[in-house]
Ligand binder design. Structure first.
Ligand code: FES
Length: 211
């Protein structure tokens, strides 16, 4: 067993244990770096998708996703300087642009809105996606065991990993690519309704792409 990895976090020397990410060391040091697609629970694999947790690593051109980035000996990390805070806030603003306003949100105390609040983000200076059908204005509660608000989805993939790797039931997948990525059911039935919202589910293809 190693003595750990010494690096500097926000001006203080800290030691990472084997396998710890920057985000985990920061948490142990009493800091909460904003995060969305990372779930701070045993069994949840971080994937570095949303970039809500970015930090600055001195000497590197781009910011790093702290939930997946392993510290290295001698690294100097800034999680709370203007560059890191501004970039994280920008990520939240971009995501907020496509959400219902907090007052109209399905869950006003959701993790998403809590993370927006701690960064002082209440609305967005960016326009929402306006293409018809891109943001499904739907609550699908057609299945007895699940309900899903597709308009609140940020495509962070956390629900997919939770179902596939934690629950091991594999009921949720992602359809489409890049700008068109969207969460869908992977089962040969929908969420349960006789009139499925996402009809071509066994190949995980959302309705708006199936035209
Ligand atoms: S929380 Fe780290 S990339 Fe999403």
């Amino acid at each position: 067993m190693s003595d750990g990895i010494k690096f500097t976090l926000d001006g203080r020397e800290v030691v990472a244990r084997d396998g710890e990410t920057i985000w985990e060391v920061a948490k142990r040091e009493g800091k909460t770096i904003p995060h969305l697609c990372h779930k701070d629970q045993v069994g949840y694999r971080s994937d570095g998708n949303c970039r809500a947790c970015m930090v600055e690593v001195e000497g590197e051109r781009t910011l790093a996703a702290s939930c997946v980035r392993a510290p290295a000996e001698g690294m100097v990390v800034n999680s709370d300087n203007a560059r890191a805070r501004t970039a994280r806030k920008m990520v939240m603003e971009l995501l907020v642009a496509d959400q219902p306003a907090r007052e109209e949100a399905h869950d006003t105390s959701s993790h998403f809105w809590n993370m927006a609040e701690v960064q002082g983000v209440t609305d967005s200076r960016f326009p929402p996606k306006l293409e018809e059908g891109r943001i499904p204005p739907l609550l699908d509660d057609s299945h007895v065991a699940m309900r899903v608000n597709l308009d609140a989805c940020i495509s962070c993939n956390l629900c997919v990993r939770a179902c596939r790797e934690v629950q091991v039931n594999d009921v949720i997948g992602m359809a489409g690519r890049g700008h068109d990525a969207i969460r869908c059911s992977t089962r040969p039935t929908t969420w349960g309704g006789p009139q499925p919202v996402w009809p071509v589910v066994n190949v995980c293809k959302p309705a708006r792409l199936a035209r």
